[in-house]
Design a protein around this ligand. Structure first.
Ligand code: SAH
Length: 221
């Protein structure tokens, strides 16, 4: 078999269809989200050695101690963000592999994403470019500070877990805006929270238990 066809079984449309069937069974209902997951090549966001596992419903290592999120979590967080209609833009904290931002970019006009590890950011940008996803804007920084220049955001998605919700992110949410964020310690339990900004303050809903890498300080060149 020549090189080009190696791995075709693991990255084929059939394995993606199977993943989407599984997500549907597990309760993902948004058809647009399922369709985007079905047609986004997750294997391109993972090192070749692990690409054959790209369509399993599992988190996978992407280097630097970080992981690409589990497809179910990507689908669920995306679905939550879209629940009240399509926001004009989204801020994602924790670009990582760039997979979540790629999924968002096909559903939302503009995606702003912030990563603290430069090597991951460069890789993610390369994949976004090769997929011609032109509506993703990314920068290297500590995402706990958000991306103030582009604020306010009708939607914020945080893909690493702080112990407490960062004040700056709350401040950058527009009134009526929604933030999904895992909160908790690495060792202890984390829960996914949905925070909505009201004209007078914030409402918080606790969703399911989750397991994310920690939201860390600073950034690494
Ligand atoms: N959304 C990513 C998930 C990556 S894991 C994906 O689809 O692959 C979480 C990412 O958050 C890691 O890459 C980690 O480096 C990054 N991260 C952790 N703390 C951060 C911070 N304070 N600011 C920005 N990114 C952060």
């Amino acid at each position: 078999m020549n090189h080009h066809f190696q791995g075709i079984g693991m990255t084929s449309q059939r394995t993606r269809d199977r993943l989407v069937e599984r997500l549907r069974r597990e309760g993902i209902q948004n058809q647009q989200v399922l369709e985007v997951i079905r047609t986004t090549p997750r294997h391109m966001f993972i090192d070749e050695a692990l690409a054959h596992r790209a369509y399993e419903d599992t988190a996978l290592p992407i280097g630097h101690g970080q992981t690409i999120s589990q497809p179910y979590i990507v689908a669920r967080m995306t679905e939550i963000i879209l629940e009240n209609g399509i926001p004009g833009k989204v801020l994602e904290v924790g670009t990582g592999s760039g997979y979540q931002s790629a999924v968002l970019s096909r559903l939302v006009p503009k995606v702003y994403t912030v990563e603290r590890i430069n090597a991951l950011l460069m890789k993610a940008r390369r994949v976004h470019r090769s997929l011609k996803l032109m509506n993703i804007y990314s920068r290297l920084s500590n995402g706990s500070w958000g991306w103030p220049d582009k604020a306010p955001y009708p939607a914020i998605m945080v893909t690493a877990a702080p112990e407490h919700v960062p004040e700056s992110l709350l401040a950058q949410l527009s009134v009526g805006g929604r933030m999904v964020i895992p909160v908790g310690s690495i060792s202890g339990a984390q829960t996914l929270r949905l925070i909505t900004r009201t004209p007078t303050g914030f409402e918080q809903q606790t969703l399911n238990g989750v397991h994310f890498v920690p939201l860390l300080d600073g950034s690494i060149r």
